[in-house]
Each structure stands twice: as C-alpha cells, then as structure tokens.
Write a protein that binds this ligand. Structure first.
Ligand code: GDP
Length: 444
C-alpha cells in the first residue's frame, strides 16, 4: 500500500537526519525530492504543488520546537501536511434521524462496489445495525448473484428483483427496497448500483435516477486505487454526474503507486471515508487520514492494530491465557485459541506491516508463509482434547495418528511439540523473573 511513495519519502527524510541545522537550501532540496516522489506516485499536480508550498513555507518559517531536532521538525511538518491533503479529521458515516439510513454506492464496474457492499454491511452489522443490501446492478450479468453470495458471507439479507418476473428496473427496485427496509425494520439500506467500464452518460443517468428515487443520506463513490491517473478524472465525472458525500478507496493492498487516489480528497473536496484492502470481507476499515499519513511515512499504524485486536480478542479469554502463561499451565488448546484470534485480524503479513519499522523488514514479510500457520492449526486440530491439554502424552504412536489425520510429516509434529515446550518454559522463566505468576520450576 503506497509502498513506493512510502519508501521514497522515508529515504528523503532519513537523509536529513544528523543535520544540526537546516539551511533554506536544505529545505529546497528536500522539497524538490518530495515533489518528485509524489509525482512518481501519481499524485495530481495541483495537489503536489499545494503540498510542497505548505511544507516549504512552514519549514522555512522555522516553527522552532525545543523537543525536536531539525529533521524531526520537517518530518512532523510533512506528516501534518499529508494529513491535511488526506482530509484532516476522520469522517464518520452520518445516520438519518429516522431510519432507515440510505447509503448508495456508485463507481465504475470492477471498482469493487459489490465487494465493498458486503464489507460495509458486515462491519455495520458488527456494530449492532441491521443492514439490508440492495441489488440495483442489473446490468452486469451475475451481479445480483454476486451480491447474494457476498450477503450470505456477511450474514446480511439481500433485496433483489425476483429472477424472471420482469422486474428489470433498478430505480423501481431501489424504491421498493426502502419500503421493504421499513417493513422489516432494517435501520440501514446499502444500495449497490451498476457501473460501466468507462464513464458513460447512461450509467450516470441511471445512478442519478436512483439517487432521486431514494434520496440517500450518503453517496459513496467507490474508487479503485490502482487505476492511476484516471482516478482523478473518474472522481470528477462522478462528482458532476451523480455527486457523492464520501469516497471509498479499494484495492489498497495492490502495490501500485496509488497516489492519484490520495488526490481525490483535494480535487473533489469530499473526504475519503473507508479503505478496502483485500478480497476478504474483513479487509476493510474506516479511513483515518492521520494514521494513513503515519503509515506512508513508515511510522506504523499501531492504532489500527490495537483496534483490530480489540475486535478479534475475547477479553476474558485473553486474560485467562495471559494468566496461564505465567503459571506454565498454557495448553495447546489455549495456544490454538490465541492463534485463531490473531488470524481473525487478517493475514499476519498485513498485521506485521502495521508495526513501526515494518518497511525495513519488507523482505521477511514477503517471504512469510501463511500456510505454515494452516499446518500448525491442522496439527492441533488433529489432536484429542486430552493431548491438547497435556502434550506430554503425545507418544510415537499418537504422533503417527496425528500426522496421518492432519496430512503433515511426523517431523512437523515433533517440531511443534518441542517448540511449544520450549516456549512454555521460557514464558515461565520470564514470569518468574518479573516476580509474577506462580511456580517457576519447569513442569514439563
Ligand atoms: P464491482 O464491479 O464494482 O461490483 O466490483 P467487484 O466488487 O465485483 O470487484 C471487482 C474485483 O475486484 C473482484 O475480483 C473483487 O474480488 C476484487 N476486489 C474488490 N475489492 C478489492 C480489494 O480491496 N483488494 C483486492 N485485491 N481486490 C478487490
């Protein structure tokens, strides 16, 4: 996600380190490099200009801070200016005073609207809302079916025209969906509309007609971050043709330059509200300009990580596991539960990528094999409850049985069990050393 831009900016700013004072010439040189980095990342020219001007003016105006050295000051300024072009404050969804809140999605075909509809629905349902998904993309073959599949995965009902009974008018479907939402007491309606491969008058008109029929509380423009320079033109066309109140960036997991997407806020005046970064329903989050700026500047994204952890972990279960860690009573069952909780937060590669300094471990991250976790999970799942509770009883014949059952080599089971004992011992010693947790002596 914005890898190239992130690399470039980090290296420009790293070059400043160690300078005791920054001359105007230093600042000019840095600004020039930042400008090149932004342009190479496809950030739109007017946005680059205003960004550079902001950075230069403030850096030369010497906002002297006692706490920061000159390089840190420039980093801080660049970071704050980046937050500004990304939209400043996080913009939350606005809910209607009288339900249902109507959210309409618009965007080109393939931008990720249908996927996003499912992600948004699942996310809202997770917060206690009762969304209804509405299939108004009657253009693309299979779009209705795709939304139904997504809805099923999200556990959210889908309102769609009955196949074959001639209800082919998306405007009518959208209108009826609002009645249905009132009847079945859905507090949010998410309307998926048809896109085309390019900007097209008929598509715009249809979207505008749907808009007029349902007067949405929010119109979200869904934008594929990988389409490069076209992002700005497309956003302008949708702003003029349909209008929107917020932007969703999709496919941020791609390693494309993505900078054009970063320009949409500045170019259209509408905030980026959500970010979508993968094909799974969980790869979705509120867009926080400050966190994204931190991420681009290689400062990690601990807040997002912490929030995801809060959602994925059952507090009580985590506390119990922590206690067991200290007393050497951790079992493979606990280990499995914790591992599953971590994995609910998304692919481990993404999680590690949010840590500060992740930029420097890019290669290790790229080589990380998520499948090795699948194998560990398969091994533990192949054990009986007694074996998980007390791995000491796993003798040779049990190992053979587990290996057969989970389709792995016996050596992998040996590895896992040995590593588990080692880890448990280490945890116990650490807990003993810090003076908490009972015991101290090894119990294996
Ligand atoms: P629509 O035509 O706008 O409804 O787009 P779809 O939701 O059908 O998405 C088009 C393709 O992009 C599908 O293959 C999706 O799986 C994929 N896709 C959607 N969102 C993302 C994302 O955030 N990351 C990645 N890598 N793929 C995505």
């Amino acid at each position: 996600m914005f890898d190239t831009l992130s690399d470039r900016l980090t290296s420009v700013l790293t070059n400043l380190r160690g300078k005791g004072r920054l001359s105007d010439a230093d600042i000019d040189a840095t600004a020039r490099e930042i400008r090149i980095a932004l342009l190479e990342a496809d950030v739109a020219l007017p946005v680059v200009r205003s960004f550079i001007k902001g950075v230069k003016d403030r850096a030369k105006g010497a906002e002297v801070s006692q706490a920061l050295n000159p390089a840190q000051q420039v980093i801080k300024i660049v970071n704050e200016e980046l937050v500004i072009i990304l939209g400043g404050e996080t913009r939350r969804l606005e809910f209607a005073k009288t339900p249902p809140t109507v959210i309409m999605l618009a965007g080109l075909q393939g931008s990720g609207k249908t996927t996003l509809a499912g992600k948004l629905a699942k996310w809202l349902a997770g917060q206690g809302h009762t969304p209804l998904l509405v299939a108004c993309d009657l253009q693309r073959p299979n779009a209705v079916n795709q939304l139904q599949v997504v809805g099923e995965r999200a556990g959210v009902p889908v309102f769609a025209p009955e196949p074959g009974n001639g209800v082919g008018d998306p405007v009518e479907v959208s209108r009826r969906s609002i009645d249905e939402a009132r009847r079945a007491q859905h507090d949010i309606v998410i309307v998926d509309t048809a896109g085309r491969l390019g900007i097209d008058e008929e598509m715009m008109k249809q979207a505008a007609d749907i808009r007029d029929a349902i007067t949405p509380d929010e119109i979200l423009f869904v934008l594929d971050a990988m389409i490069g320079q076209d992002a700005v033109n497309t956003a302008e066309a949708f702003r003029d043709g349909v209008g929107f109140s917020g932007v969703v960036l999709t496919k941020l997991d791609g390693d494309a330059r993505g900078g054009a997407a970063l320009s949409v806020r500045e170019v259209t005046g509408q905030p980026i509200m959500f970010a979508s970064s993968g094909e799974q329903l969980a790869d979705f989050d509120v867009f926080h300009p400050d966190r994204m700026a931190n991420r681009i500047l290689g400062m990690g994204d601990l807040l997002t990580l912490i929030e995801q952890a809060e959602q994925a972990f059952d507090q009580e279960q985590a506390e119990q596991a922590a206690q067991k860690l200290g007393t050497g009573q951790l079992t493979l069952e606990d280990f499995l539960e914790q591992m599953q909780a971590v994995r609910r937060m998304g692919p481990l590669q993404n999680l590690l990528g949010m840590l500060p300094g992740a930029g420097q471990m890019k290669e290790q991250l790229a080589n990380f094999d998520e499948k090795s976790l699948d194998r560990i999970q398969a091994i533990i799942c192949g054990m009986t409850p007694a074996e998980r509770a007390d791995p000491k009883i796993i003798n040779a014949s049990r190992r053979q049985r587990i290996a057969r059952g989970s389709g792995v080599a016996i050596s992998e089971i040996n590895d896992l069990v040995n590593r588990f004992f080692e880890a448990r011992k280490m945890m116990q010693q650490m807990a003993g050393g810090f003076g908490f947790g009972g015991g101290g002596g090894s119990k294996n």
